[in-house]
Ligand binder design. Structure first.
Ligand SMILES: NC(=O)c1ccc[n+]([C@@H]2O[C@H](COP(=O)([O-])OP(=O)(O)OC[C@H]3O[C@@H](n4cnc5c(N)ncnc54)[C@H](O)[C@@H]3O)[C@@H](O)[C@H]2O)c1
Length: 277
């Protein structure tokens, strides 16, 4: 059976866990060869080891904040798999909804520098390192965006601003790289992943998965229309496949697909109007 990404070569930042890993595994299942890039060699090796087609995955240890390392990662991907069709810019951290009023000036400054250098500069540097190869293949970039790219309270102000910045970057690059390279985004809602916080707030060991684990079964559902929808990152990967595929989305660029349970169509009295159905 052929997949939607047969013969594609993809580089995924933050591919060692969470939605990056889920996208990597889905892309392999769709026929692609995939390089996964991250800071943690053990995590990356574990993902490659778990892949039924190990020769179709490549682990690259690198930090998205370092331009030389990003150029080396693109070069390694191309030398290993022969080309690059898709860059998935995805590596990121969260701010655990730390409000402005709960940060002093130094904490704010340090958190901003750390979080923006991963979430925003990391996407810039990945795109800069990859665009020449993507022009050759008429490839594309797919960025992991967030409900926080559009709405408040999906993070604190630092995270929300970073994800709004990524939305702007996606749109600007869609213009600048057209017509050769398409640039789109997947704006994910809440997913049960290993998402970490900034080291500057000593939140780098905290994992979002722990918060999901603590949630009791009688807790109120999230205030979104599809409040019983999955939070498994594997269920968020379809839009990445669609946007990466030239055949399926050749005329689409500069767009974000929201995969967030319908945050934009909430009601006033209740989030979902059809709970009686
Ligand atoms: N989990 C959610 O609820 C949620 C919702 C919307 C958007 N997102 C976004 O999804 C993306 C992936 O996060 P996730 O939820 O899968 O969490 P995750 O922690 O499982 O994945 C993020 C990956 O990025 C890597 N990473 C972090 N800093 C790095 C750096 N400097 N260099 C290289 N790699 C680095 C981490 O090691 C990790 O493997 C992020 O951009 C996040 O903002 C997550």
């Amino acid at each position: 059976m052929s997949g939607w990404l047969d013969g594609y070569v993809t580089l995924i930042t933050g591919g060692g866990s969470g939605v990056g890993r889920a996208v990597a595994e889905r892309f392999v299942a769709e026929g692609a060869n995939v390089a996964i890039l991250g800071r943690d060699r053990d995590k990356l090796d574990e993902v490659v080891g778990a892949c039924p087609d190990q020769f179709r995955m490549l682990a690259i240890e690198a930090d998205v904040r370092d331009s030389d390392q990003m150029h080396a990662a693109v070069a390694e991907t191309v030398s290993h798999f022969g080309k690059l069709d898709t860059l998935v810019a995805n590596a990121g951290i969260w701010d655990y909804q730390r409000q402005l009023t709960r940060l002093n000036g130094k904490e704010l400054s340090d958190t901003f520098d750390e979080l923006f250098s991963i979430n925003v500069k990391g996407y810039f540097l990945a795109a800069e390192a990859a665009w020449r190869e993507l022009v050759k293949t008429r490839g594309s970039i797919v960025m992991t965006l967030s409900n926080a790219s559009f709405y408040v309270n999906g993070g604190g102000p630092v995270y929300t601003a970073s994800k709004h910045a990524c939305l702007g970057l996606m749109r600007e690059l869609a213009y600048e790289l057209a017509p050769k390279v398409r640039v789109n985004g997947v704006a994910c809602g809440g997913m049960n992943t290993d998402l970490r916080g900034p080291e500057s707030l000593s939140l780098h060991e905290r994992s979002l998965a722990a918060s999901f684990a603590k949630r009791s079964s009688d807790a109120p559902p999230p205030p979104i229309p599809l409040h019983d929808s999955s939070t498994d990152p594997r269920d968020f990967t379809g839009s990445y496949v669609l946007l990466a595929s030239r055949e399926q989305s050749g005329p689409i660029t500069g767009q974000a697909i929201s995969v967030d349970g319908g945050i934009g169509v909430r009601g006033f009295a209740t989030a979902a109007g059809g709970d009686h159905l």
